[in-house]
Design a protein around this ligand. Structure first.
Ligand SMILES: [Zn+2]
Length: 240
């Protein structure tokens, strides 16, 4: 391969890294696909943003799939607390996401809601789709469980994602500080142990979830007479 003089207009092609410098032109049209993870506590608007992002990409003529797991509706849908909703593919543990996507004609992007509940292997598959198939992946989910311990899938997303964004749409603790962590309340008391995923906030369940600031999550203080946003309004089930 002959050496090119820097700055000369030539047909662009990938060159060995040793020939690149800060001044080298990057081939246009060769944008890598991206893996992005948007995280935040319950009620911070993750599903709303997921639906908005799907809408925006669709309007640009891009083809995507919307995936979810354990949506609050209980069905294969992405629903947001403010009333938006869309049919989605339920990600069972056994689903191979690379196969799922490559079975389609052309997929440009994936919206992965509730990605914290996917398996770690499925997160690896998302990275494969980005790097091997040029599919943009936008993942949304909780970072940590009711103990403030990271979900394994969320941890893998933190490790692999090109970009990680904390969503903070003013979910407040009862004290007024930004709510960051999800507390599980069982029979009126904050639980510190138990299964990582328990569906709560349904009519039958005696488990509910409440968003707290770090200080009050660590102290286990729920606030006097504090109602979770779920109890304050028409209840949508929480999933932790
Ligand atoms: Zn607080």
């Amino acid at each position: 391969m002959s050496h090119e003089v820097m700055g000369q207009a030539k047909p662009l092609s990938w060159r060995p890294v040793t020939e690149l410098s800060a001044l080298s032109a990057v081939p246009s049209g060769a944008r890598d696909a991206v893996l992005k993870f948007y995280f935040g506590p319950m009620d911070c608007g993750k599903s709303t943003l997921a639906l908005q992002m799907n809408y925006n990409h669709g309007r640009q003529g891009r083809r995507g799939l919307v995936l979810t797991k354990h949506d609050r509706s209980g069905g294969p849908k992405v629903t947001s607390r403010i009333g938006l909703g869309l049919e989605a593919i339920e990600v069972e543990d056994s689903v191979d996401l690379v196969r799922l996507v490559t079975a389609h004609d052309r997929i440009d992007y994936l919206i992965c809601d509730e990605a914290c509940f996917y398996t770690v292997e499925q997160i690896e598959q998302l990275a494969d789709l980005v790097d091997g198939h040029g599919v943009d992946v936008y993942a949304f989910g909780l970072a940590s469980d009711f103990r403030s311990v990271m979900f394994p899938a969320a941890q893998r997303l933190f490790e692999l994602a090109d970009e990680v964004c904390r969503l903070q749409v003013e979910v407040l603790c009862w004290c007024g500080r930004p709510g960051q962590l999800n507390a599980r309340i069982v029979g009126g008391a904050m639980a510190r142990t138990g299964e990582q995923v328990v569906i709560g906030d349904t009519d039958a369940a005696h488990v509910r979830y409440q968003v707290l600031c770090r200080r009050h999550h660590r102290a286990g203080q729920l606030g006097e007479g504090a109602l979770s946003p779920l109890e304050a309004g028409p209840g949508a089930p929480g999933r932790l």
